[in-house]
Design a protein around this ligand. Structure first.
Ligand code: NAD
Length: 285
């Protein structure tokens, strides 16, 4: 598995497995399948309500913990110094581990400065090997990166062939922050699986649109975490070594970029939706 080096020197796999919308019941089986298939990076979050499944899988999988790379994220309802501290300990307990490889602030809402300060403390205490952000754009990202002692090692953003995050990648380079793509298959959009450019390139290499889309991200040095509950797709998404995209092919894929994401984190309706989501699952808050 190819790796990248983060701004604090630790290594992170370039391809991993995400478990958003994998039910708590299915999660252990899915993560065990993913690890058996060869994935070593697993991406979960407090708000996915399946950290226990990930923990059970990593305990039972037979692969040493040191060979796995676990990412989780602090949710809005756990923002602020005290709540975040408690939630990190809860995540460690649910994940059945004494350290998290990468911990992210999940959303740019709530007291995320307090959360980040707590994450810095967890990092110094050895509970976390790297810290970063998710869904922070533009000025919000710069403000936090400028003001915090530990520069974000990773920023997780919606990224795929139609949303290549060129502007953000320029900003992130100033802080040595690496891009991690959520929704790397455009969240299962038909537009990606039927795209003619990807199809023509795939035909030359005997690969599917999904494989070409993931290979492109890997070539750009972007970590991708495609999700599938099906073993054949887990295998397909991992099977992207053993061929190379040409410079012309990469250029053609670069031209698919629309500069637009599906999710807009500057939209007040998005903030309200995420705060409602939070209330749904945490009626006491
Ligand atoms: P994705 O781009 O990984 O697409 C997943 C969809 O594509 C699923 O419906 C799956 O069945 C389908 N699929 C997967 N492989 C396929 C293949 N080879 N052929 C055909 N269909 C295939 O979208 P995602 O799950 O939303 O994103 C991946 C991961 O990113 C998540 O699981 C989660 O870990 C993370 N994520 C993070 C955030 C965030 O706010 N930070 C948001 C969404 C997702």
């Amino acid at each position: 598995m190819k790796t990248i080096e983060l701004n604090n020197g630790i290594k992170m796999p370039l391809l991993g497995y995400g478990v958003y919308l994998v039910s708590p019941q299915d999660c252990e089986r899915c993560v065990r399948d993913a690890i058996r298939t060869g994935y070593r990076l697993i991406d979960t979050a407090q708000a996915y309500y399946n950290e226990e499944g990930v923990g059970a899988a990593i305990q039972a999988c037979g692969v040493p913990r040191s060979e796995l790379f676990l990412t989780t994220k602090v949710w809005i309802s756990n923002s602020g110094e005290e709540r975040a501290a408690h939630s990190i300990d809860e995540s460690l307990r649910k994940l059945r581990t004494d350290y998290i490889d990468l911990l992210l602030v999940h959303q740019p809402f709530g007291d995320y400065y307090g959360t980040y300060r707590t994450m810095e403390r967890a990092y110094r205490a050895g509970k976390v090997r790297a810290i970063g952000l998710s869904n922070f754009y533009g000025a919000r990202f710069v403000d936090l990166a400028e003001n915090m002692d530990i520069k974000p090692a990773v920023l997780q953003l919606e990224t795929h062939v139609f949303a290549q995050q060129k502007e953000m990648r320029g900003l992130m380079a100033e802080y040595g922050t690496r891009l991690m793509a959520w929704g790397p298959l455009a969240q299962g959009s038909d537009a990606l699986f039927t795209d003619a450019t990807l199809k023509a390139i795939g035909a030359k290499h005997g690969k599917t649109n999904a494989q070409i889309a993931l290979k492109f991200l890997m070539d750009e040095g972007i970590v991708a975490i495609p999700k599938s509950a099906h073993v054949e797709r887990m295998v397909e998404n991992l099977d992207i070594d053993g061929f190379e995209l040409t410079a012309d092919e990469r250029d053609a894929i670069r031209r698919l970029d629309t500069g637009m994401t599906k999710a807009d984190f500057n939209d007040p309706a998005m903030a309200k939706y995420l705060l409602e989501y939070d209330k749904c699952f945490n009626p006491g808050n």
